[in-house]
Design a protein around this ligand. Structure first.
Ligand code: C5P
Length: 412
């Protein structure tokens, strides 16, 4: 994404070293980055590290008290920022923000800014679980401009395993990308999205299956984009890389993930969750066929049939199309080679969808397993919109905009 202006406040916690990677990635991607370090932060990382990575001077409280700036630095930085990240957010800075205190450059700049503010707390589990910390966190998180990422659970540098681990840099980066796209809009607030992701495996025996190369990255991007815009998400997914699953914020933060290995189990779960869903986004690449017989023990090589009898798996989205209520939105994907539009229009009509993303899988930088994608979005009102090649997260946001702009279903 272009030259967005990202302001980053670094607090005094060991996770400060991970923020160096966030700064580096943003600068490499072409963002303008400015960094503020608290006193404590400078015990863990130096202004020199962050200035070098951000390609700009990094600010400390010494700069705050200098007369030479003319205009107060916190006002300048506060007005400059398009999006503001504080990571790691310590218990101390969290308490100050909850109470509106302003005793250093970072907290003054928070009060002098109005852009979306993304908070990434990190602290020891006992500190995080203190009732005062939880109260401060609940108060802050309820504010409209505040967005939160983490903390997760895991092994902490203090050798405790529990809550308080700062969100991973990739999670922070994707949340920032969303905020730069939405400017903090929570226009999916109050909505429940049911999203399917990844491939399915149709087993012949415990070691052999029919599948496809879908990794689930598009579905995870859809889940994250929805959660960043305020939705709660149920993600029903086929086999996925554990690292990809870990990038989901977890139940507490609005995404619930349910693993389903086969088309049959995916259908069961999607139908079970359909009544609660406002929108269903069917991004999974479901295998179209399964071996007619599934053996419970491994077939010896010599017993493998030379021809495999196949049966169709349920067309899940078509079944969801039959069971849906008129006010629910149903969105499909059409992964295609060659002409992508006419088969997608056909599926839109025959599967009872509201909208479909026609997705070329034979183009560079799109399709299975890549971090980028492109599509032509189509809806049953005849609209058509191209999504230029970009990140899967950016495509997810454009798809949501497209669906939000559909006319009210009760009026059509
Ligand atoms: O017919 P095709 O598989 O190309 O349609 C793609 C769309 O249908 C996707 O949204 C996919 O998730 C869905 N689908 C399904 N059940 C199947 C096959 C595809 O829901 N058995």
């Amino acid at each position: 994404m272009g030259h967005s202006r990202v302001l980053i406040g670094v607090g005094g916690g060991i996770a400060a070293y991970k923020v160096c990677e966030v700064v580096s990635s943003l600068a490499k991607a072409g963002a303008d980055v400015r960094v503020i370090l608290t006193e404590g932060a400078q015990r863990f990382v130096t202004p020199l590290t962050l200035a070098t990575l951000s390609r700009h001077a990094a600010y400390t409280d010494v700069d705050f008290w200098q007369a030479s700036h003319g205009r107060p630095l916190h006002i300048d930085l506060g007005e400059w920022a398009e999006v503001f990240l504080i990571a790691p957010l310590t218990a101390n800075t969290l308490a100050k923000l909850a109470h509106g205190l302003a005793d250093n450059l970072l907290t003054n700049t928070v009060l002098a800014s109005t852009c979306p503010l993304l908070l990434a707390p990190a602290m020891n589990t006992d500190m995080w679980e203190q009732p005062t910390v939880q109260r401060n966190w609940a108060q802050l998180s309820a504010q409209a401009r505040i967005h939160t990422v983490g903390p997760g659970e895991g092994l902490l540098a203090c050798d405790r395993t529990g809550a308080g681990r700062m969100a991973e840099p990739t999670e922070i980066l994707s949340h920032l990308e969303s905020l730069r796209y939405t400017h903090g809009r929570r226009d999916l607030g109050g909505k429940h999205l049911l999203i399917s992701a990844g491939s399915t495996r149709e087993f012949l025996d415990p070691v052999r299956f029919i599948g496809n190369p879908s990794t689930g990255k598009m579905g995870v991007a859809l889940a994250l984009a929805a959660q960043h815009r305020g939705a709660t998400v149920t993600l029903v997914h086929g086999p996925m890389e554990p690292s990809l699953l870990r990038s989901l914020p977890g139940i507490r933060h609005g995404v619930r993930a349910i693993a389903t290995p086969t088309a049959d189990t995916m259908q069961q779960q999607l139908i079970a969750h359909l009544p609660q869903a406002n929108w269903v986004v069917m991004a999974a690449a479901v295998a179209d066929v399964k071996p007619t017989t599934c053996y419970s023990t491994k077939l010896p090589k010599a017993d493998l049939p030379s021809q495999l009898p196949l049966s169709p798996v349920p067309d899940i989205v078509a079944e969801l199309g039959r069971q849906r209520q008129p006010q629910q939105r149903l969105i499909g994907f059409a992964a295609q080679t060659g002409d992508i539009v006419s088969p997608a229009l056909d599926k839109l009509k025959h599967k009872g969808l509201d909208a479909i993303a026609a997705n070329p899988i034979d183009q560079p930088a799109s399709g299975f397993g890549t971090d980028t994608n492109q599509a032509i979005l189509l809806d049953r009102q005849g609209r058509r919109r191209e999504v230029a090649p970009g990140s899967k997260l950016a495509m997810a946001h454009q798809l949501y905009d497209f669906v939000l702009e559909m006319e009210d279903p009760s009026e059509t």
